[in-house]
Design a protein around this ligand. Structure first.
Ligand code: NAG
Ligand code: NAG
Ligand code: NAG
Ligand code: NAG
Ligand code: NAG
Ligand code: NAG
Ligand code: NAG
Length: 329
């Protein structure tokens, strides 16, 4: 009985040591598997996965440089709310064009390298008698926000032309100038609709409320969420496939071409692997963060998780917990 116990304990210790070694090879030294080693891997509650980074040596090129400003990651002067490696997208919070008088208002968004996703975002207009344009082209005009009484715009949740309109944006926009203008004279000057608003925003994160006709985001001083597409460099997948040194995709990855309007490429872990495909080399023992999912216990985009430690042998749990403490301490 005693010797069986010792054997079980010994086997468990061996398993535990193997696990500790595996865990430290998946996450060597200070590396989280999200960012480069010795780089900040989050700012506030936002994860900052490489190729993005904060601080010298932490991003792949200047287009991916962020700053952490009081717990808010900043892309230039624009707050970032999330980064997705799998989709090659980033969400940012941008300002709104708003007009509360007969003066028009314009709001510009300029992205140096990335583009505004035309599949995830729509141009949205809130207000009555409102004319909206993007880059000088008026896709939302008179008649769209057609509300002659406040009761016309009580259809909460749907942005269907009564006090709220939405329309597609062109693909591949690096710059968007959104202008909003109120039609004068208004159709019904006694309508309780002090301001009109226009913005490009993530369609899924916007839900119209008729109360927005009275006030949206503090008379348009707040921000709305936009999805941005990003790619690495300007080369194609075929071009980088032959130049290993400039290929941002690490081992066990697939290269994903940018679309027609976006140059460059992205990387994903190949099927059966998970992790950060852009971290090719971490140290002498870790080449590539795309790890086989059998070694990972989830598919999280932020990196391959350490597998759970080996289960305790079924008998005599309490002495083994002591052993565990000695090993860990
Ligand atoms: C290790 O990571 C922590 C937390 O992210 C960070 O504060 C620290 O500076 C890092 N250490 C080194 C040596 O980079
Ligand atoms: C806006 O209204 C003011 C006062 O009613 C008027 O003086 C001004 O010319 C108008 N501006 C435009 C652009 O219509
Ligand atoms: C946006 O507006 C700026 C300043 O008014 C202008 O220089 C730029 O050409 C405009 N961009 C587009 C795409 O219309
Ligand atoms: C103008 O709007 C008010 C408030 O909704 C409504 O009572 C009134 O009937 C409207 N006037 C016209 C001419 O539609
Ligand atoms: C919005 O503007 C209207 C009209 O100028 C004003 O009465 C109201 O107090 C403003 N609301 C906020 C939240 O600033
Ligand atoms: C890309 O452009 C080609 C040729 O203009 C066109 O046939 C194809 O459908 C486009 N693909 C996408 C995803 O827009
Ligand atoms: C790589 O692994 C070996 C053996 O486990 C270890 O001695 C060495 O310190 C590791 N190197 C690094 C850079 O972690």
């Amino acid at each position: 009985m005693a010797s069986l116990h010792v054997t079980l304990m010994f086997r468990y210790l061996v398993l535990l040591l193997i696990w500790l070694q595996l865990a430290s090879s998946v996450f060597p030294s200070n590396a989280s598997g999200v960012s480069k080693p010795n780089c900040i891997d989050h700012c506030g509650s936002v994860s900052i996965p490489y190729p993005f980074g904060i601080g010298a040596g932490c991003f792949i090129d200047e287009a991916f440089e962020l700053e952490c400003n009081n717990g808010v990651p900043m892309y230039g002067n624009i707050p970032v709310s999330s980064i997705s490696l799998i989709d090659g997208q980033m969400t940012i919070d941008i300002l709104i064009a708003s007009s509360c008088s007969n003066e028009s208002d314009e709001n510009s968004l300029t992205l140096s390298k990335f583009t505004v996703s035309n599949t995830k975002n729509k141009l949205i207009s809130i207000g009555c008698d409102t004319l909206v344009s993007i880059n000088g082209n008026p896709p939302i005009g008179e008649g769209c926000s057609d509300c002659t009484t406040n009761e016309d715009a009580t259809d909460d949740g749907s942005c269907n032309g009564m006090g709220c309109c939405k329309t597609s944006i062109p693909a591949g926009l690096r710059q968007s100038n959104v202008t909003v203008e109120r039609e004068y004279p208004r159709k019904n000057m006694s309508l309780d609709n002090p301001c009109s608003y226009a913005f490009v925003a993530e369609e899924d994160s916007f839900r119209f409320s008729s109360s927005y006709l009275q006030d949206f985001k503090n008379n348009g001083t707040g921000r709305v969420r936009v999805v941005v597409d990003w790619t690495i460099g300007s080369e194609t997948c075929d071009e980088v496939a032959t130049e290993v040194t400039s290929n941002a995709c690490g081992p066990n990855t697939v290269c994903i071409p940018g679309n027609n309007d976006t140059q460059g490429y992205r990387c994903n872990c190949k099927s059966g692997y998970a992790g950060n495909p852009y971290l090719p080399y971490v140290d002498a023992n870790t080449t590539g963060y795309c790890q086989e999912t059998v070694k990972c216990n989830d598919n999280s985009i932020s990196g391959c998780s350490i597998p759970p430690p080996p289960p305790l042998p079924s008998s005599e749990i309490s002495p083994l917990i002591k052993v565990n403490k000695i090993v860990a301490g």
